[in-house]
Design a protein around this ligand. Structure first.
Ligand code: PLP
Length: 406
């Protein structure tokens, strides 16, 4: 049965928002953050309205309810990412914090001068800068795997970088600018042959129901807000044994076993890495987002997204002067483009006057912009609740923008 996009849109009240410009909203900025279904908004407000309380610490009924909801959310998320008991799911502030935790805590305590870290050319700053910081501190060296012309990962080049000195490989499952999807299981298998740790940034792939985990992946970083959940919450799904061998990240309440002036001891993961009162409502909202994603016909949604992508690519190929970046097979519905002689911000500003939300700039991928030879791009990023009509409106208005601004 064909994916019922009209029905899916009913779950997202914001899609009916009236804009100042008077045009209907076309929301094509989903890679920056996705919209939230009513069930997620209700799960968050329900917590504050009916059982707001701190978790893990009190014997009273509200606290018990809050603790149960928080821990249920953790279980749901862990199973959504198909992580078995050898993994532990830690709540973080998002993919950025998860990646920082891997780099600073694992990297900070395991890397030494002469060790090597492999990243790739199209990473988001969240998977570059934390490694640069740790490389400064430890003396480990960063090596960069190349991207091919079509935006796909150059596996042969990656293989040529591997060797005994490589201690960690950290790559995105899908790129936020190019939309290409990496075969992270294959990358992980090759990395493991050298004994390297494997960290995967699943911020962009998770919202599209793409499974990343294989037993060879040690860490998976995700943001809830790109998966139809709240902002400010995410997870680090990590190998339990590894996590428990790592020193704590922050000290404070809940992460300790015993505290004394002489010696303080720490709990096992996940508590070990969740110091202080966490974002309880956010975690519960993330759990509701995962429930929502589980309720969607994911195969139908993926097909629908692919049809939208094909329609968009066709329409954009008709517009003279556009350069599209990334056309690898199997890519996500993310299209980045530039138009010679027109600044990317002028295009997005014009589109905003027509009710169309896209993103322009370097998308936190400045090294990639350098490779592409541009200061920035425009990026249209679609979700399953977008429609063919929206793609047509977008293509028509973009064509007008290019004519007007040329
Ligand atoms: N990794 C990728 C590929 C991203 O696209 C983003 C955000 O756009 C991040 C990491 C960082 O996510 P957050 O800002 O939610 O921490």
């Amino acid at each position: 049965m064909k994916f019922d996009v009209k029905k899916a849109r009913e779950d997202f009240p914001i899609l009916k928002t009236e804009l100042k410009c008077g045009h209907p909203l076309v929301y094509f900025d989903n890679s920056a953050t996705s919209q939230k279904p009513l069930s997620v908004v209700e799960a968050v407000s329900d917590f504050y309205l009916r059982y707001n309380s701190n978790i893990h610490r009190s014997a009273h009924e509200l606290s018990e309810n809050a603790t149960r909801a928080y821990e249920n959310a953790r279980e749901k998320i862990q199973s959504f990412f198909k992580a078995d008991d050898s993994y532990s799911t830690i709540f973080t502030r998002g993919a950025t914090e998860s990646l920082n935790m891997v780099a600073q805590v694992w990297g900070g305590s395991n890397l030494k001068p002469g060790d090597e870290i492999i990243l790739s050319e199209a990473e988001h700053h969240a998977n570059i800068v934390p490694w640069q910081i740790v490389s400064e501190k430890t003396g480990a060296k960063i090596k960069v795997a190349k991207i091919r012309e079509d935006g796909s990962f150059d596996f042969e080049h990656f293989l040529s970088l591997l060797g005994k000195r490589v201690k960690v490989v950290s790559v995105a499952h899908a790129y936020n600018v190019l939309g290409s999807v990496n075969d992270v299981k294959k990358i992980a298998a090759a990395a493991k042959e050298c004994g390297a740790l494997v960290s995967v940034d699943a911020a962009q792939s998770a919202p599209h129901w793409l499974d990343a985990l294989s037993g060879e992946i040690d860490f998976l970083s995700v943001s809830a807000h790109k998966c139809y959940g709240p902002t400010g919450i995410g997870v680090l799904v990590g190998k339990r044994e590894l996590l428990d061998s790592m020193p704590p990240w922050q000290g404070g309440g809940d992460m300790i076993e015993n505290v004394s002036w002489e010696k303080t001891t720490f709990r096992a993961s996940p508590a070990r890495f969740e110091a202080g009162t966490p974002d309880i409502a956010g975690a519960i909202g993330f759990g509701a987002a995962v429930d929502y994603m589980n309720s969607i016909d994911s195969e139908g949604a993926k097909l629908h997204e692919n049809e939208l992508l094909a329609r968009l690519a066709d329409a954009l190929s008709e517009i003279k002067g556009l350069r599209i970046f990334g056309w690898a097979k199997g890519k996500l519905p993310i299209v980045s483009f530039a138009c010679d002689g027109i600044h990317q911000n002028d295009i997005s500003t014009f589109l905003n006057t027509q009710g169309i939300a896209i993103r322009s700039g370097h998308h936190c991928a400045e090294p990639l912009m350098k490779t592409l030879g541009v200061s920035g791009t425009c990026r249209a990023s679609l979700a399953f609740y977008n429609t063919a009509e929206e793609v047509d409106i977008f293509a028509e208005k973009l064509s007008r923008a290019v004519k007007l601004l040329s």
